[in-house]
Design a protein around this ligand. Sequence first.
Ligand code: URA
Length: 433
Amino acid sequence: MRVVDIIEKKKRGNSLSKEEIDFIINGYVENIIPDYQISAFLMAVCFKGMDDEETYNLTQAMLNSGEKVDLSDISGVKVDKHSTGGVGDKTTLVVAPLMAACGGVVAKMSGRGLGFTGGTLDKLEAIPGFRVSLTKEEVTETVNKIGVSVIGQTANIVPADKKLYALRDVTGTIDSIPLIASSIMSKKLASGSDKILLDVTVGSGAFMKDIDDARELARQMIRIGNKAGKETKAMITNMDTVLGVNVGNSLEVIEAIETLKGNGPEDFNTLITEATVLMLKMGVGITDEEARKRITEAIESGKALEKLAEMVRCQGGDPAYVYNPGLFKRAQYKGEFKSKQEGYIKHMNTEGCGICACILGAGRETKESDIDFSAGIEFIKKTGDYVSEGEVLACLYSNSEEKLNTGLEYLKDVYTFSKDAPPEEIIIHEIIE
Ligand code: URA
């Protein structure tokens, strides 16, 4: 087999066989095939796509490139949740402990921030002492004891994705549905849970900007999961505005804590409730009605918050921060972003909101750079709100005055206004069960 023939074949839009896909992936992981040939292959996939069979075979080839986590020592049905990324997306911080407080089991591997999107691991590390690297024994013990643990991926999980993702990031080959589907599903299948709920985000703050593309991505991932023997469902959710009100690591942890106490913003409350209902139905086998009852009870009784504190304690963090979010260090500088006009906020470029938070220090500039946990944005007003001239739309936080000023300048281009009220934002577009 020759790599160039496989590239040519894909370039002409023909389907590749399992053997050809295995040859490409194994050759790349073993450093036999160079980056430039894989780049050409990825670009051909971007332009010509892949059919369901090819995408499944690509996922399997990636999955087989590394170790598969065995969670069989953990009792109960383990349900994973995965979001395709967004701005202000702190869903896991709420859904994982809430699920455990309602009788579910979550042993989850999360990721770090990527581009303008934040990552659950970075948010958890905003809690002093929190460890995202646990041994298999520690994860097993924690989940068997309290029903939940959220950790980072081990080094040997899907090495093919690590190499391919880094290459895609710099070759303009991220936004391909089969490449995203195989990247996500190979990691989900490797991380050992029994069932998977996918949160496929769509809008200006998501990788999928268009609902039809989001639907197709969801469909492909569900098919891969089910074919691999893991029940998989998806929700298509709105990321055309920031989720909740806070963006930035400790700010998002604080918002998650408030939500677990029942004080979350409406859009975020809706999302975490519907996600947890679906996960409870999948994992515990209860009815919709019973799931909603348990969720209300867990939040009102304080059990959900207690579960987050337990998880923090078990993973080396200081649970005092969960009970008293005032302990989180505040940024040195705060700036108010005020409206220059009166009217309705018609749209917020959500990717721009994420980039602005990164400018303030909430994301990494290079792979090696440190995150400023206290940097971020609190959105006082969002899409659909009516604002007066001079009204504060957002508060920006940073430990660098220069970054704060750059962020304030950057946010100017994020908002568009209108005289008439825009249509109401839909939080959950569709649930694909
Ligand atoms: N998240 C992933 O893990 N992979 C992608 O390709 C895109 C988002």
